[in-house]
Design a protein around this ligand. Structure first.
Ligand code: F0G
Length: 462
């Protein structure tokens, strides 16, 4: 038989356990959204048909992960499940100290509480909302230094998550090394469109950090997806496995924070990993105070097992090819229909450019929020605004437009099939056809930080 190279990229799994999804009428959705203060975060999940709020902790686990969970060790201290978890994290990241946490932001809290102080500056390609909030909670400034290409939604560039090295050097020059306790790099760059960072850029950031004696940390949530982009887009990596690429990437850093709810393929969990002994000791002390004993850190033994297995499954080539292709498939359909999205599509989500799509809604009337609510009202689809509601409120209480007003359609891992994606495309196309009739929004109530989670709004014009 001749070798057959199929064009169809299939889901690399079969489904053995199913979960019904809930259909609603448009009148029911209207009532549900109104009761939720027009905030999709406050909807009941049962009122959502296709839930793309986040890819965080929402994926399907494998039979191997469940098998590990059944056989977990729930000892308070020194559980064998911890040692399996620690071995997996060390194998993939190479970092010496592995500090488990209940999720990513707990690792951020421990790290920034330990290293950052008022007037410090922490550069990153782009801080995710929880990362920014923890940096600011420690009194420091979170500075985003993504390359200029990363801020232009329509521009095609293979590594739009890259750090602007000249801007990083200028920041160090201006601020002074002693006020920069760490340099961060988020892979992939979630807030900038799930865009990858190249190995060359990781190397360059690392070189700058080392030259100035500044610790360098990776926000590693989507490290496996980033590895796939390096494999398929960067010269010299086509023949390396995603795991080898990930190992190289981590080798340039001094540590990482991780939400295992993403490329850990788990429903909960995370870790902080560092090489420095003194820093690890300080972090473990704080962890005992806030998370738990350092061999479980806020997780059950079965969570540690799910992650120990999940980290490797996230690096599987068949999985990554299907994963990245299913996002690009939706992106291609929307692009063909002339709908503005962040180009090229990223690793875990398609980002609609609401500011471009809804020019009649100014940023201070929240076009991203308006678009997300329209997707729900029309098709029962829940996504998330990444724009002026999420980022517009400044630490001093003033408000300004975010750099972009996007709607992120994040794909839970191994959860929806191609027909779900076809339905999704149909809903987005129909909302686009009706776009001129969509209203802007006004804020009715908000919290002083991370306001998007609990904010209440109302549509303008009744
Ligand atoms: N860093 C990045 C880049 C993230 O995307 C997230 C979470 C975190 C840190 C925090 O991790 O949720 O486990 O505490 N992002 C989710 C999302 C919530 O929807 O993108 P966590």
């Amino acid at each position: 038989m001749h070798d057959f190279q199929p064009k169809t990229i299939i889901e690399p799994f079969r489904i053995r356990s199913v979960e019904p999804i809930h259909f609603t009428t448009s009148a029911q959705r209207e009532a549900a959204l109104q009761a939720a203060g027009y905030n999709p975060f406050l909807l009941r999940a049962d009122d959502v048909l296709i839930d793309l709020l986040t890819d965080s902790g929402t994926g399907a686990m494998s039979s191997r992960q469940w098998a590990g969970m059944i056989a977990s060790d729930e000892s308070y201290a020194g559980a064998s499940s911890f040692y399996r978890f620690e071995a997996a994290v060390r194998d993939i990241t190479g970092f010496k100290h592995v500090i488990p946490t209940h999720q990513g932001r707990a690792a951020e809290n421990i790290l920034f509480t330990t290293i950052a102080k008022p007037d410090d500056v922490i550069p990153n390609n782009t801080h995710f909302d929880t990362t920014r909030a923890h940096v600011e909670h420690a009194g420091a400034e979170a500075r985003d230094l993504v390359i200029a290409e990363g801020r232009q939604p329509r521009l095609i560039h293979p590594f739009k998550g890259n750090m602007d090295i000249a801007a990083l050097e200028a920041t160090i020059e201006q601020v002074g090394r002693e006020r920069i306790p760490a340099i961060l790099l988020t892979v992939t760059n979630n807030s900038g469109g799930g865009q990858p960072v190249s190995m060359a850029n990781v190397r360059a950031v690392s070189a700058v950090a080392r030259r100035h004696g500044i610790p360098f940390f990776i926000d590693a949530c989507r490290f496996a997806e980033n590895a796939w982009f390096i494999k398929t887009r960067e010269e010299g990596y086509a023949d390396k496995t995603p795991q080898e690429i990930a190992q190289e990437l981590f080798s340039y850093a001094d540590g990482c924070t991780m939400s295992a709810k993403k490329d850990g393929m788990a429903n909960i969990g995370g870790f902080l990993a560092v090489n420095n002994d003194e820093l690890a000791a300080k972090c473990r002390n704080l962890e005992i105070l806030t998370e738990g004993f350092p061999t479980y850190g806020g997780m059950a033994g079965y969570d540690l097992e799910a992650i120990a297995q999940g980290l490797y499954e996230a690096l599987d080539e068949h999985y990554l090819r299907y994963r990245i292709r299913s996002i690009a498939y939706l992106g291609d359909r929307l692009t063909a229909a002339g709908i503005p999205i962040v180009q090229p599509t990223g690793g875990h989500a398609v980002y609609l450019d609401a500011r471009e799509m809804l020019p009649h809604i100014p940023p201070m009337q929240y076009p991203g929020w308006a678009l997300n609510n329209a997707l729900y009202l029309l098709g029962g689809v829940r996504a998330v605004e990444i724009g002026t509601v999420m980022f517009g409120l400044q630490p001093d209480g003033t408000e300004q437009p975010a750099r972009m007003d996007l709607v992120r359609l994040a794909f839970p891992r191994r959860t929806y099939t191609q027909s779900h994606v076809d339905y999704l495309a149909e809903v987005i196309l129909e909302v686009n056809a009706r776009r001129e009739s969509l209203p802007g929004y006004r804020i009715v109530w908000q919290a002083p930080v991370l306001r998007h989670f609990t904010i209440r709004l109302e549509p303008l014009g009744g």
